[in-house]
Design a protein around this ligand. Sequence first.
Ligand code: HEC
Ligand code: HEC
Ligand code: HEC
Ligand code: HEC
Ligand code: HEC
Ligand code: HEC
Ligand code: HEC
Length: 454
Amino acid sequence: MLLLATAVFVGSAVCQPCHPKIAADYAKTPMAQSSGRVTAVPNGEFTAANHRYRVANNRLFFDQGEANFDYFIGSNTAGRSYLFAREGYLFELPVTWYQRASRWDASPGYEHEAAVRLNRPVDPTCLSCHASRLQPIYGTQNRYADPPFIENGISCERCHGPGSEHARDPRTQALANPAKLPSEERDAVCEQCHLTGEARVEKPGRRFAEYRPGMKLSVLVTYLVWQNPPTGLKVTSHVEKLSQSLCLQKSGGKLSCSTCHDVHANVTKGREVCLTCHTVPHGADENCLTCHMPKTGTSDVAHSVVTDHSIPGKRRTAAGEPALIAFRGTADDRALALGYAELDDPRAGEYLKRARPADAAVLLRLNQYEAVLRTEPSNTTALVNLGVIHASAGKTADAAALWRRALEANPAIEGASLNLAKISPPTEARVILRRYLTFDPGSVAVRSALESLR
Ligand code: HEC
Ligand code: HEC
Ligand code: HEC
Ligand code: HEC
Ligand code: HEC
Ligand code: HEC
Ligand code: HEC
């Protein structure tokens, strides 16, 4: 069989001349503006966990150092996170701009940090929901070509598929149109970014990054969610919330995100949509949304549902033991093993024993690092931990080689740097520790290791 040319991503600018109205409308939406290079940030100061932070002249100053604001994540509807690049490796800054309060504060997860940390790696998972056409460097955890993503925000092709062939010949080469897809494939277009669940487990030999609009996500990954969620736990994605609504459950795939949202124009329909399925049951003149899709205050927290998408009527209460289940279809032993393991739930153990195939993802959880590295040579967890096993057995040269490989995949792994310094002669140890501090100058452990060498 002869192969036809495969479509590749060409960028939203290519679509503009033939779809000018959609392109102009879409450019103004939060999704289109969800990431980019920083031009300027507001000045400000704050204190968190006894650390003083100051933002001035587009730089961050703190106790032990300073850092650049290179890229932003978030359109600034609720807020904005920032990334900085060093030697091509990307890290998250510990400060976030909270738009509603109009001020800087510690990023979620950094509020109580004992030291100001700059070592949180930005892997492609984070960027793939907020930016388009990523350029990760294979064999590293968080290194990218320059620029790390070619297109800001969510491009047309993230929802319609790679457009090179369509742009050449629109009449014979159709792109995916969510409105014409079967319901699972249609919903997958939004789920790739709006469904989080408790864990997302890749199927054996498959990668989430293979997803293209028109496909089912369930071919690539299993999303695990709680059945009878533990008390106090809140679902934080719009897809999960909507799936709890009777409107969705009882309407046979007719209700989708697009029923209410016109994503090109950032327009949301309310009452008139409800009335396409419901005859006015009560409160005829009222806006249905105030009672049935209420807002939970003005949340500043990224990744939380603000508008209740479960469309509640009478409250139903869940009963029974909390357990993980697949969001769609069924979860096999391997998916449950990896899901529970990610949540540090002891039930993982029993499923891990039965998990088939026992591939790198499973072997990592079983601490079989040598086997992991045969298929994933730059897995940093396996490299660091196998190094510890070797060093404990006196094989320091082998250990050193593994830790050096880990630091190539991501030079800001504190444990690998400290370990490597510990088994190296003082002059070399100093070089290793100083290099670490160029990435993460606030590290208390590395500073005191360096101090004790003096
Ligand atoms: C050279 C002009 C041209 C370019 C460039 C172009 N399109 Fe189109 N597109 C068309 C035409 C014409 C149609 C209608 C085709 C038809 O109905 O047969 C269309 C239809 C579509 C459809 C609907 C398909 C369907 O089956 O309903 C989508 C989605 C689409 N284009 C997206 C894009 C995206 C995304 C890009 C950029 C990657 C793009 N187009 C670039 C001309 C173009
Ligand atoms: C699975 C997809 C996904 C991943 C991964 C993800 N985000 Fe988000 N993010 C979203 C979605 C969807 C929203 C908006 C709606 C919501 O809260 O669900 C959002 C909202 C945000 C906002 C608020 C934007 C605004 O202007 O209101 C910030 C800031 C943010 N994300 C930062 C990050 C950072 C930083 C990372 C990586 C460390 C990240 N996100 C990873 C999907 C994702
Ligand atoms: C966040 C996902 C998303 C993005 C980004 C997106 N679209 Fe769409 N697009 C959709 C959905 C959903 C539909 C189907 C709407 C419906 O149900 O009628 C659609 C439909 C279309 C159609 C079919 C005709 C129409 O007007 O409905 C065209 C053409 C199109 N999009 C072009 C574009 C172009 C060009 C861009 C970038 C400027 C773009 N889209 C960005 C989700 C998206
Ligand atoms: C590639 C990832 C991605 C895809 C695909 C995607 N979204 Fe989003 N969406 C986001 C992110 C990230 C935000 C938050 C943008 C911000 O404020 O920075 C968002 C925001 C939104 C918002 C809030 C307001 C707005 O217009 O931005 C709505 C509504 C929304 N998405 C609906 C959809 C629907 C419906 C689909 C499917 C047709 C879809 N999204 C597909 C990532 C995505
Ligand atoms: C695609 C059709 C459809 C749309 C659109 C729709 N619904 Fe529904 N809704 C249903 C169906 C079907 C049921 C289940 C009815 C039953 O089982 O008696 C339902 C049930 C409900 C219930 C009862 C829920 C419960 O938990 O008891 C409420 C409240 C409700 N809808 C409100 C709304 C509101 C408000 C809107 C607009 C924001 C809306 N619906 C949009 C189809 C729809
Ligand atoms: C029955 C109508 C309806 C459906 C279906 C629906 N939404 Fe919404 N959505 C709304 C309303 C209403 C708002 C609030 C809009 C506003 O305040 O301007 C909203 C807001 C949002 C926001 C902004 C953050 C928030 O929580 O206020 C996101 C993101 C979003 N929806 C995503 C989705 C996704 C993804 C789907 C499909 C899984 C979806 N919505 C399905 C009605 C709907
Ligand atoms: C003032 C608040 C309020 C407004 C506004 C409101 N509802 Fe309700 N609705 C409720 C409450 C409360 C219930 C649950 C009643 C019960 O427990 O039996 C309910 C129940 C429902 C139900 C399920 C029970 C039934 O009667 O079938 C539907 C469907 C529904 N509403 C649709 C709508 C629609 C459509 C609108 C807009 C035209 C709307 N509601 C406006 C408060 C409201």
